[in-house]
Design a protein around this ligand. Structure first.
Ligand code: KE4
Length: 427
């Protein structure tokens, strides 16, 4: 596959941008690429890189592009808004339109504040929870990613109650000292943390379906335990639905799994491909947010008219009858193609999937936590990823990310992916 132009563009980018990319995972280092692919354009479920290679996309820009690129409803509303103005720093009707759609889709979200990224959403939700409870500790799960604000850049320390250590230069010990880490799906360890420190805990934040260690499902009782322990201790339960929101169902993971959080964070899909994030939840909690309440939170481009227009258009398409059934059918077919190919070759693998998000792990299952996900053969994954790329299939360049299905995938796209996987496993 010719990638000389991407290589040249990467040389130039590295002169001005750290690592030549504006987000680390785009560097494609973990799959052994000498340089990332530079994308020139996209349409439907296909992207074209700078060298003109056409690829079937299974990344969906890490989730937002659930409709594919160039959906007429989204483009149409953006075109209208472009002529009306792209940013005012003043309220617009568009923000209320998207807020209403979110609140109608997720009954636990009684009020919602727009921001410009998932990181802003989770950072703000934790501040609001700390302000509302007047407590300082937060609980997060190892392997879950909630954006790059300091409190979340924490690695497991030692000891039973895994106190967190900074996981990046620049993050202070005092910051991560307020972060308590537990293994995902480990109800016993979670109960122990709450038994020991419950009164100090402001919030538990969790990806209700983990997408950042690869896809890892909540085991029966796990989310319910998070809910019960928070209720009993007075901590707030925060569902980070930046990935799962409007992906695993119209009402998100909270509807799919029947657990009602106190706060929800959103991003990606609700912006339809434009910069967006949101946090919302219980009215009594959200009423503490400035200017109504005293917990400060702000943003120049929060509720940006273009992002609101693209997000509202996207959600209106997703609200149409049959859409999630279609997404489920597409995802089921993709999963079947991958598992048939891997099974035929007798290779150890396990595929975790919830609706249109999935990960094929190159290890024996079950993969139920980061500790088990880390057993995956990342070199074999890199070989698989490269083979798929050479076959015209673009997958997330990391074993610990999710394959995101879009409505724009055709039966032919999916057949091509299955054939490429079969060639890899059988080859
Ligand atoms: P952003 O700040 O990247 O918009 O959102 C942070 C975030 C928060 N919560 C969850 C569950 C997330 O998955 C994310 C961001 N996801 C990654 C990919 N898994 C974004 C890709 C990237 O970092 O470039």
């Amino acid at each position: 596959m010719k990638t000389e132009i991407s290589a040249r563009l990467f040389e130039e980018a590295q002169r001005y941008i750290p690592g030549g990319v504006n987000s680390p995972v785009r560097a494609m280092k973990s799959v052994g690429m000498p340089h990332p692919l530079f994308v020139a354009r996209a349409k439907g479920a296909h992207i074209w890189d700078a060298d003109g290679n056409e690829l079937v996309d299974f990344v969906s820009s890490w989730g937002p592009m659930i409709l594919g690129w160039g959906h007429p409803d989204v483009i149409g509303r953006l075109r209208v808004q472009l002529d009306l103005g792209t940013s005012f720093g003043a309220p617009t009707e568009l923000e209320t339109e998207l807020a209403r759609l979110i609140c109608e889709a997720m009954p636990s979200v009684e009020m919602v504040r727009m921001v410009s990224s998932g990181t802003e959403a989770t950072m703000s939700a934790v501040r609001v929870a700390r302000g509302f409870t007047r407590r300082e500790k937060i609980v997060k799960f190892i392997g879950c990613y909630h954006g790059h604000s300091d409190a979340f850049l924490a690695a497991a320390g030692s000891g039973v109650l895994t106190l967190a250590l900074p996981d990046s230069p620049g993050v202070t010990h005092s910051t991560t000292a307020d972060t308590l880490l537990v293994e995902y799906n480990d109800v016993e360890a979670l109960s122990a943390v709450f038994a020991e420190r419950g009164e100090e805990i402001a919030a538990l934040i969790v990806e209700p379906v983990a997408g950042n260690m690869g896809v890892v499902l909540p085991e029966p009782g796990f989310l319910e335990a998070c809910r019960e322990l928070c209720t009993r201790s007075g901590a707030l339960l925060v569902f980070d639905e930046v990935i799962t929101g409007f992906r695993v169902g119209w009402g998100g993971a909270q509807e799919r799994f029947g657990v009602r959080p106190d706060l929800t964070t959103l991003g990606k899909i609700i912006g339809g491909g434009l910069p967006v994030g949101a946090f919302g939840g219980r009215r009594d909690v959200m009423e503490t947010v400035a200017p109504l309440g005293s917990t400060y939170q702000a943003g120049t481009l929060s509720g940006n008219p273009l992002a609101m227009a693209a997000g509202a258009a996207t959600l209106r398409v997703l609200a149409e009858p049959g859409v999630y059934e279609r997404l489920e059918a597409l995802a089921h077919t993709v999963a079947a193609g991958l598992t048939d190919a891997a099974s035929a070759a007798g290779r150890p693998f396990t595929l975790n999937r919830v609706g249109p998000m999935m990960t094929l792990f190159f290890c024996q299952g079950p993969v139920r936590s980061f500790a088990t996900a880390k057993q995956a053969d990342t070199q074999l994954f890199a070989d698989y990823w490269m083979h798929m790329l050479e076959s015209g299939i673009y997958l997330a360049p990391s074993q610990f990310e999710a394959t995101m299905i879009s409505l724009a995938l055709s039966d032919d796209d999916i057949a091509r992916a299955a054939a490429a996987a079969a060639a890899f496993f059988g080859g």
